[in-house]
Write a protein that binds this ligand. Structure first.
Ligand SMILES: Cc1cc2nc3c(=O)[nH]c(=O)nc-3n(C[C@H](O)[C@H](O)[C@H](O)COP(=O)(O)OP(=O)(O)OC[C@H]3O[C@@H](n4cnc5c(N)ncnc54)[C@H](O)[C@@H]3O)c2cc1C
Length: 390
């Protein structure tokens, strides 16, 4: 092969509909796919960008995100009215990354590697391209959803302990279903405080706002604070259809959201690492770019365990504080982080299974088998995605 042929590989044109987390994270690494030419398409009807925090545990492959993180905690807590668990890990610390920071990092990297950014109306070369769709999937009516409202607040010095993240604190109003507070203290006076519910329906904003105010007063002794920023979302819990059956999904639309927790950031990065590795293998064999293969970043057994867990949450919501506490008490910090990041082996999975009350899980498996736990209607409601919970 001539030198000029080597320097000009035959490239596959790929258009990604959407310019959010998954699309930008892929585009930022396009230099690792010399046989592909990428365009990110800002979709018609896209909602305004909302800044927020992505939480994730440090695992291999997340070095760039960890580097840019706003804060990290080597201790995190799960609390209920019955007791609490404090977990610690130096190796797998919990990180908070500002979405705007990651997006501008990825966008700069993508532009420097020649990625095109266009609006959907101006998109060309459609016939020759592979199209990936990263718009969020519609959520079937009746699906369990993680609804939340978060406030980033500033309070008097000494209000928060910046050494500990509170992942779930169930010492809040439990009268409407599964409800907990998520609190990320960035320093002793600044924290993101979120009221989160796991339910098929959404409570009015006032429910979440009252919960945050009450929690700050009751658990942190904070009655005077200012709200610097708010965030809100609705993340589906459970498996979802793609937004368009005609296109290959990417990110949340490619099955990256962890069904039992709503965590997606780390799984999106794993999905992209896999796409790049497979593209490299194809290019090495054929010396040309082929269509990108997008796979679920979750192992089938984890998806199945998650489905069972979501059935338990749906049918026995009052047991949820106990379930999360049992899991946190059964694991050490490293194990907890690995389990939630989809890095569990069989020994760790069995540890979690053994920590759970058996009877309701057996009943949940039966419900799943006979199909009585699926969200009933095929009607869709509008989505927006997010994470949290253990
Ligand atoms: C507030 C919030 C907090 C979150 N926190 C965490 C967290 O802490 N940890 C974690 O792991 N995950 C978290 N998530 C979940 C997940 O990581 C994010 O949703 C992530 O952005 C998903 O990436 P994505 O590329 O699939 O979708 P997105 O980043 O949402 O990108 C979707 C693309 O589709 C476009 N789009 C959206 N709706 C429409 C529409 N109706 N019509 C046309 N275009 C549309 C958008 O403009 C965007 O270009 C959070 C999500 C939210 C919303």
């Amino acid at each position: 092969m001539s030198v000029s042929a080597q320097s000009k590989p035959i490239r596959q044109i790929v258009h990604v509909i959407g310019d959010g987390c998954a699309a930008l994270s892929l585009a930022a690494r396009v230099d690792q796919m010399p046989h592909h030419r990428l365009t990110l398409v800002h979709p018609d009807g896209a909602p305004p960008r909302q800044d927020h925090i992505w939480g994730f545990w440090q695992i291999d492959g997340l070095e760039a995100a960890a580097e840019l993180a706003r804060h990290k905690w080597t201790c995190w807590r799960i609390a209920t009215a019955e007791g609490e668990a404090l977990l610690a890990s130096e190796k797998h610390a919990y990180h908070a990354l500002q979405r705007s920071q990651w997006e501008s990092h990825c966008s700069d990297s993508a532009r420097s590697h020649g990625v095109n950014f266009v609006s959907q109306k101006k998109l060309k070369d459609v016939a020759a391209a592979q199209i990936l769709d990263s718009r969020p999937p519609a959520i079937p009516a009746g699906q369990m959803i993680q609804h939340f409202i978060g406030w980033e607040v500033t309070a008097p010095s000494g209000s928060f302990d910046p050494t500990q993240a509170i992942l779930m604190d169930f010492r809040c109003d439990q009268s409407r279903g599964i409800h907990f507070i998520y609190l990320l203290p960035f320093d002793d006076r600044t924290a993101l405080v979120e009221s989160t519910m796991f339910a098929p329906h959404r409570e009015p904003d006032i429910f979440f706002e009252t919960a945050i105010t009450h929690y700050l007063a009751a658990q942190c002794g904070v009655t005077k604070f200012t709200t610097r920023r708010t965030e809100a979302g609705a993340i589906p819990l459970g498996r979802l259809p793609r937004s368009s059956s005609a296109m290959i999904g990417l990110g949340g639309n490619g099955g990256a959201i962890r069904p039992s927790s709503g965590y997606a950031f780390a799984f999106i990065q794993k999905q992209i690492t896999d796409i790049i590795a497979r593209a490299g293998q194809t290019a090495a064999m054929t010396d040309r770019g082929g269509p990108l293969a997008v796979r679920s970043p979750h192992k089938p057994v984890d998806l199945w365990m998650d489905e069972v867990f979501v059935v338990v949450l749906r049918h026995w919501p009052a047991r949820s504080p106990e379930l999360f506490l049992r899991m946190a008490r059964a694991l050490d910090g490293d194990e907890f982080a690995l389990f939630l990041s989809g890095e569990a082996g069989w020994a760790l999975r069995f540890k979690v299974i053994l920590a759970m009350p058996k009877w309701i899980f057996i009943k949940a498996v039966c419900r799943l088998i006979i199909g009585s736990s699926k969200p009933g209607a095929s009607r869709m409601v509008s989505p927006s995605s997010k994470r949290k919970g253990a």
